[in-house]
Design a protein around this ligand. Structure first.
Ligand code: AMP
Length: 335
């Protein structure tokens, strides 16, 4: 029945064309919607202090809580965990992205530190971040800049400061500036950089800054390696060796909890880290709050801290030791 089948085929073909056209329109709309969603959710970037103040002021006036997440960019899931922790506390979130030159020594990796602003903004797009504060070095340190915050106490504990003597002055100065610029109610810091967390907490207490420092647990790869922007420097062999740091820390923490002699545990732990291919800068047991040296479990709460180099990459990590005295509920800043 060609006379009947032909019209059917014609109708069918035209229906198919119609469907295809409709599908195209739907796809185009979805693309537009997706783009609109990106445009809507991508955080606004501000680059000058007056623009930052203009953005933050209405929030303060409205009594909205503000959280600051200071970063150097090259964002990974560790940074995003800070943003999520910020979301649980505050209505408004500011993420600062600033590779701070003053915390790098001349021989360190300031020049090669990963700078990935477009990818960072995309990573923040779905997290309802209100503002990205991304000043240039000239905005942060304009000509004539002549003031530094020189922290002591935890900043002089003989850990990172022994290997990076310039580091905490750079960190304290820039964090002091960031807190004064943004005036947040909360500022989120990762336990990954444990000494830094303690330095910043002390700083806000000593300078009576009306901000509460919130510690956020370390986010790790499935094999235990702490996420870090510097992990990108590791070649495949180094990357395969790198989880040894956390494995050794966990082993040492277990031994100390079981009552093994602390000095012996640390000696053996250091040797194990070197066997894994690292050059050890330090493996230390410190009081978790003051970072002062401890000799035994009873002197705790104890935190083990390690820094070691593999190839050209320097990694740091830390772990809490359970047992001993109950950890005093740490007071991180004031509200
Ligand atoms: P950075 O960009 O490396 O200066 O880090 C910015 C903040 O993210 C600091 O408070 C770090 O402690 C924190 N951070 C970095 N890596 C991690 C991680 N793996 N887990 C949790 N926080 C992290």
């Amino acid at each position: 029945m060609p006379a009947r089948s032909c019209p059917f085929r014609i109708r069918h073909a035209s229906a198919a064309r119609g469907l295809a056209a409709a599908a195209l329109i739907v796809c185009a709309r979805v693309a537009v919607l997706n783009q609109a969603k990106f445009v809507l959710m991508a955080p606004r970037v501000v680059r000058t202090v007056p623009a930052l103040r203009r953005a933050v002021m209405p929030w303060r006036t409205a009594g909205e809580r503000i959280a600051l997440v200071p970063t150097m960019g090259a964002l990974h899931a560790g940074h995003l965990a800070l943003v999520q922790a910020a979301r649980r506390r505050a209505r408004r979130i500011v993420v600062s992205i600033f590779v701070n030159p003053t915390q790098f020594a001349p021989h360190e990796d300031f020049g090669s530190y990963p700078r990935t602003l477009a990818a960072d903004l995309a990573a923040l797009a779905d997290l309802s971040v209100d503002l990205v504060w991304a000043p240039s070095a000239e905005v942060m340190y304009p000509p004539g800049f002549a003031t530094r915050i020189v922290p002591e106490g935890p900043a002089a504990a003989g850990l990172e400061d022994r290997f990076r003597p310039h580091f905490f002055t750079g960190v304290a100065t820039v964090v002091g500036k960031l807190l004064i610029q943004c005036m947040p109610d909360f500022a989120m810091f990762g336990e990954k950089d444990y000494q830094q967390l303690k330095v910043v907490t002390r700083l806000t207490q000593d300078l009576d800054l009306p901000v509460r420092i919130i510690p956020v647990p370390t986010v790790r790869e499935p094999d235990g390696l702490a996420l870090s922007s510097r992990n990108a420097y590791l070649n495949p062999l180094e990357r395969a060796a790198a989880p040894a740091l956390q494995r050794v820390l966990a082993h040492c923490a277990g031994e100390i909890t079981r009552g093994e002699l602390l000095a012996r545990v640390l000696d053996e732990g250091g040797a194990a880290i070197e066997r894994a291919g690292f050059v050890l800068d330090y493996l230390e047991a410190r009081h978790a709050d003051t970072l002062q040296p401890v000799a035994a479990l009873k002197d705790g709460p104890i935190r083990l801290l390690v820094a070691a180099r593999i190839g050209k990459t320097r990694l740091i990590d830390n772990i809490a030791v359970s047992g001993g005295r109950t950890a005093k509920k740490a007071k991180h800043g004031i509200s």
